[in-house]
Ligand binder design. Sequence first.
Ligand code: GP9
Ligand code: MN
Length: 734
Amino acid sequence: MEFIKEKFKNNKRIGLFLLAILFFWLKTMLAYYTEFSLGVTGALQTFILWINPLATSVILLSLSLYMKDDKKSYHTMLFIYFLMSLLLYANILYYREFADFMTLSTVLSNISGDDSILTGGVFTSFLVMLRLWDVFYWLDFVGLAWLTRKALKPKEEQPKDSRPFYKRYAFAGTLTGLALLFANLMIAETDRPQLLTRTFDRNYIVKYLGVNFFAGYDSFQTIKNNHVRAQADEGDLTEVYNFAQENYAAPNEEYFGLAEGRNVFTIVLESAQQFAMDFELEDEEGNLHEVTPFTNSIYHDEATISFDNFFHQVGQGKSSDAEVLTENSLFGLPEGSAFQVLGSDNVFHAAPKILSEEKGYTTAAFHGNTGTFWNRTGTYPGFGYEYFFDDHYYDVSPDRVLDYGLKDKLFFKDSVEYIEQLPQPFYTKFLTLTNHFPYPLEEENASIPKANTGDETVNQYFQTMRYTDEAVEEFFSWLKESGLYENSIVVMYGDHFGNSNMRNPHLAPLLGKDPDEWDAYDNAQMQRVPLMFHIPGYTEGEIKETYGGQVDYLPTLLHLLGVETDPYLFMGQDLLSEENEQLVPLRNGNVLTPEYHFLGSDIYDAETGEEVTDSLSESEREELAEVVSHGRDRLTNSDNLLNLDLLRFYQPVTLKEWEPVDYIYKEQMEHLENHPDAETSLLHQNDGESTMDLYETDAPELPENQPVEENEEEAEAEEDTTSTSDEESTTEEE
Ligand code: GP9
Ligand code: MN
């Protein structure tokens, strides 16, 4: 003990080093708990949060210990501390404005953009974000600077320490930091697998690994991407351009323009799988429960063009990949989410941009989760979305949300307020949430029993599928009541699988299969997701067996809306076109056709599910290898297009006039109210009378749907507290 004491006394560096770590930790905790909303739940996450500022600050500050000269060492330590504090503080200010963390690309674009720091725009908005208590984020630095000064002026009587401690301590410091970082990464990985490869939300990385780590990681990614992008030039476009031209499938006259001029409601059914369509779940008493009765009725309706061989093509970017696919006719990236990696920087020719430019559509996305998730707020402006209603626009008090966000019934109901204000025609996208892994649902919201497999997640899936089905039904009823229905097209599709391949064998018995014989072919079958184009008034609808994937969605939709797609670089083909090749490459490189499924190096008969690799002749195999490579060309060209940001070199004449929104979803209500076409909105057409009252839902969270006794009690309580003058009661009756 004495020995350690002695050492510390003689080595103020270590003292200051430890103090700096403590100060920085305290300051970070203050920011974590008062500035950022990181959504920490449970003891493990709290533990990770508490340790995550340590590793990087130990590593960074230990660098100063390597210096032999005291003065240099102290000053370096102070400088590193200053930089770390500056980074944290800049993030605090940024977060107050954007509820998100600063990235290198935002910093770079703010330095070079029109509204750059240099022109004062960002600087003034930063000033507005300052708060009085911010002194606490700098007091520690002042204290440390003072202590450094003191340490550099040794009292005469203290002998100068000449032993070469510095190297050993420096090394020990760095090693400890690295060990901490490794431990931190490991613990984070157990709580959130694939945290870094999937990078779905900046909040998540900060929550698990801290602000310093995030800044380093983000800068690395950005520099890497910018480097790749900088290598590209117009010449790289030629190959992709030629591919897209060859790939183009001309529209079928029978369908072209079938829904021209109509409003578009895109309902993205979270985790909905095709196997659940028309599926009946048998309970323990032998009673059958249709899982998605309403969606099934739309699926079979004569006004609906449905598909039963439609596959999701997402990779790690899951929901966000589905958005890249269906709104750009491009694939997500082989790793990570394109939204996260390129969303804020790339040029996109996406559905909202095309429709607003070519057909004057108003465009809006709706989602009951935070807008930063999957970097939607960063990506949607590039897609051309004029409006994005994220959780800031909804009441998301605790009883109204489950895991990822607002429950679907409340989500649709509360969206009406915004829908009715949109100038028509509009293109809208509704991202549902309740049917999201691991499918939690309260009993009061469950209309059918759980399944009875060996896997609780699988069991719950059916209940949440049903819940979303009911939410969609309520929304359809409102569409009809409000009068929007007749002049709209409602499209529904599943974004990706809900049950992973690992869980599929648990589903096998429900699908009449033997779990022990479940194989790669069966897994491929499970990647089907529903797709339906519902066009009220149309009567020739049917369920089409055409093989297709999400990349084929956009040309199909655009042709239905009467928009030609040959000016665009799409990787998919109109599913209704007579030239459609029925070729479905999945993101993992597997390729599916109506005849064969090419899974890894094995070939299966698509109809029978038999593996036929060895029974094919050499020439047959060569021929089929061509098919696979043709399918994979779509992936390669798409990856090149995105990674090299090639659309910046390609300007279709149809998009020449397009200008991005500059308000990025801040004060968007003001923009909506002052929209030049405001008089075409439903609200305006109804002389300002809202249709919100027409919305009927049985959502138990709403006071009007609470059991009667409670209502009575509430009413009584209200009567006691409010005055009931005659005048007031007459107004109420009216
Ligand atoms: C989150 C939601 C779900 O906002 O879109 O994303 P997922 O986990 O399905 O990719
Ligand atoms: Mn999803």
